[in-house]
Design a protein around this ligand. Structure first.
Ligand code: HEC
Length: 185
């Protein structure tokens, strides 16, 4: 309502031949666009909360939101966007113990990959997941791991970049994928 009135008064002065009519139009247009931008920002900021991520801090929300994008581009082709995977080929991440347990385990899997036979709920898997250490920054690994730990009903706390860097420091130079046995040790 307010915006309409401002535009109207702008055009009104145009009719009366006001010499500053351009300026009078620019002001309400700038006002309109800033209201629109602020409105959109607020909308985006609220989304992760509605999706039910796990922790209350604002910066954690934005981490999880960023993680969702990384997941969509890097992981969903195999594990699918709903995290349910493909039985016998790509294991589900929704409800996955290795995803929501000790946070270092999903970090190791994302950094270096995973190979070899494993069974989840009676379904056998024996394929190779490639590692992402040379394609994702430690910040991105933290974001995507935080996302998979809090999406699709998973309820594990987010992790930070320091956790990823600590894991990298423990296995310097490692490039080969983890066998399930190594992850269980
Ligand atoms: C090319 C397909 C592919 C892509 C892309 C992929 N994965 Fe995987 N992922 C797999 C396979 C296959 C396994 C199981 C490997 C095995 O059989 O030992 C797996 C296993 C996992 C596991 C362990 C699940 C469990 O319960 O044991 C996690 C966690 C995981 N992936 C996360 C990710 C994340 C996060 C990404 C994106 C950064 C990703 N994966 C991208 C194929 C993929």
């Amino acid at each position: 309502m307010i915006d309409k009135r401002s535009i109207h008064s702008g055009t009104g002065s145009n009719r009366t031949g006001c010499p500053h009519r351009r300026e009078m139009l620019v002001v309400p247009i700038l006002l309109l666009s800033s209201i629109w931008i602020v409105g959109c920002r607020n909308g985006d900021g609220g989304q992760p909360e509605r999706r039910g991520a796990t922790q209350g801090k604002r910066d954690v929300w934005s981490e999880v939101a960023n993680g969702e994008d990384i997941y969509r581009w890097r992981c969903a082709s195999c594990h699918l966007s709903d995290g349910r995977g493909v039985p016998g080929q790509f294991p589900p991440l929704a409800g996955s113990k290795r995803t929501i347990g000790d946070p270092e385990i999903p970090v190791r899997i994302v950094l270096h990959g995973m190979a070899g036979p494993l069974a989840i709920d009676g379904v056998q898997y024996d394929r190779l997941m490639p590692g992402w250490h040379d394609q994702l920054s430690s910040h991105e690994v933290a974001a995507v791991v935080s996302y998979i730990r809090s999406a699709w009903g998973n309820r594990a706390p987010a992790i930070d970049t320091r956790t990823v860097e600590r894991v990298m420091g423990k296995y310097p130079g490692r490039t080969s994928p983890w066998q399930v046995k190594e992850l269980e040790r």
